[in-house]
Design a protein around this ligand. Structure first.
Ligand code: GLP
Length: 241
């Protein structure tokens, strides 16, 4: 694992942006695997600035997002589709038809998982997958105990994950209890993975990622099996290593 330690969130966002811009410049029709949560927000801001300055062109880029809450659709402000449209897609010239996110409103969720896994196969795998990490080591919405061989599936969200994400909702009851997520195996298919971690909230997870063993109770440890992973981490998140 390549580790890039930076001082703060601002530098982390700039570094991640640099790596993604290079990917898009080298390969105009790159497939980008994208993530939600607060960590990549700064990266998206930097990428938008780069686009506006004419450094990048997303016309031929496709994107594949990791996950979506069950029950939320594009009109729901807390859905990941809404998040991606507002925080990134709307401000660059990507063709929205080439941006893929699981459908949290699908009537048959099992069919939706199978459909999305096929999309990953047809469109992807991503040339570069951007990832955040949950405090309990989840990646996407793959909670502790998820088999490393898992593909896109429906998950019951851990209480700790619902609590951590409750800040985006009006009340705890509004936080969905389920999500559709790419599986760990699906994520590991990406050619290159860039994992971001910022702030002391993530310090324990980063310590476990770097110093711990492969363990299905700690989903991010699966990343140790990948041959091209870069961790960009700020001082606070690196404090316990
Ligand atoms: C959610 C997302 C993950 C994300 C995690 C951490 O659970 N499904 O993809 O990595 O939150 O979020 P944050 O960056 O806000 O700490």
């Amino acid at each position: 694992m390549k580790i890039i330690e930076v001082h703060n969130y601002d530098q982390l966002s700039k570094k991640a942006c640099e790596i993604i811009e290079e990917q898009v410049m080298v390969k105009h029709d790159s497939v980008l695997g994208l993530a939600t949560g607060s960590t990549p927000l700064g990266t998206y801001k930097e990428l938008i600035a780069g686009y506006k300055e004419g450094r990048t062109d997303y016309r031929h880029v496709s994107t594949l997002n990791l996950d979506e809450y069950v029950g939320l659709g594009p009109q729901d402000p807390q859905s990941y589709r809404h998040f991606m449209n507002e925080q990134f897609f709307r401000s660059i010239n990507v063709n929205l038809e080439n941006t893929y996110i699981p459908n949290g409103k699908a009537v048959d969720l099992q069919d939706e998982c199978e459909r999305y896994e096929k999309v990953i196969e047809q469109v992807g795998p991503p040339d570069l997958q951007l990832l955040g990490i949950g405090e309990n080591g989840h990646i996407g919405f793959n909670e502790p105990g998820t088999p490393f061989q898992s593909e896109t599936h429906v998950v019951q969200l851990a209480d700790s994950t619902r609590q951590a994400n409750a800040r985006f909702f009006q009340s705890m009851e509004d936080v969905p209890t389920m999500a559709v997520t790419m599986g760990i195996r699906s994520i590991l298919k990406s050619k290159k993975i860039v994992l971001l971690a910022s702030g002391e909230r993530k310090a324990q997870a980063i310590d476990q990622l770097i110093n711990g063993y492969l363990d299905e109770q700690f989903p991010a440890s699966s990343l140790k099996e990948h041959s091209d992973i870069t961790l960009i981490v700020d001082e606070d998140a690196y404090a316990e290593v």
